[in-house]
Design a protein around this ligand. Structure first.
Ligand code: GRF
Length: 204
């Protein structure tokens, strides 16, 4: 299965996928393209170092979000992408993208959705005083971090946590979860029934 990864910045989740691929832990998934919406995203260097093709579709150069979406979908189609992974991709995608990749695009988010969607999820969790937070991988739909949930991992929130310390602990779980979800998807073990996701054999 041909997999494309969308990134905006650091790329540690991308790295978890690159490492899993190198260790033959992604099943039949092949990372064929990494696309950034920003020039110079550090994630692009990680992809290049691993020999994965990169492209930049620079959001700031498009007059309208719809034009950006169309260019992104065209780049993904050109690469023959069958599955799209949003790994630290910090832009909301519109109807064109969702229509093209419904059920074939997943996003990793640093909270236990549906709690704390959007930016600053760790700070939102601290402000709400929750004792448990975590990481979620979900299908992408029209909403904000709202699609069917494929997998979650929980972490304890400590009294002394800052957004940064909580983010670091959640990130470890993101890195655990994302490659396992991609592997399960590539192996055809994931299905959505009435908005709930079933993973045959679980995530490991
Ligand atoms: C991750 O916490 C991801 O969940 C969030 O942004 C962060 C990106 O980290 N959307 P990285 O670029 O994968 O290192």
């Amino acid at each position: 299965m041909r997999v494309a990864v969308l990134v905006s910045g650091r790329g540690s989740n991308l790295q978890s996928l690159l490492d899993a691929a190198a260790a033959s832990r992604l099943g039949p998934a092949r990372l064929v393209l990494v696309v950034s919406d920003r020039v110079g995203a550090p994630a692009l260097a990680r992809a290049s170092a691993a020999g994965v093709a990169t492209r930049v579709v620079p959001f700031v150069e498009f007059a309208a979000r719809e034009d950006f979406d169309r260019a992104l979908v065209a780049a993904l189609a050109e690469a023959g992408a069958e599955l799209v992974v949003l790994a630290g991709f910090l832009r909301r995608l519109g109807a064109d993208f969702v229509a093209a990749f419904r059920g074939r695009a997943v996003n990793v988010h640093p909270s236990l959705l549906p709690a704390f969607p959007g930016l600053g999820a760790q700070a939102q969790a601290l402000a709400a005083g929750v004792r448990v937070s975590g990481a979620t991988v979900h299908f992408v739909d029209e909403g904000l971090d709202s699609g069917p949930i494929v997998g979650q991992r929980a972490v304890t929130v400590f009294d002394h946590d800052s957004p940064a310390t909580l983010a670091a602990r959640i990130l470890i779980e993101e890195h655990w979860l994302l490659p396992r979800v991609v592997c399960a998807l590539a192996e055809g073990r994931v299905r959505v029934e009435a908005g709930r996701v079933r993973v045959d054999g679980g995530l490991g």
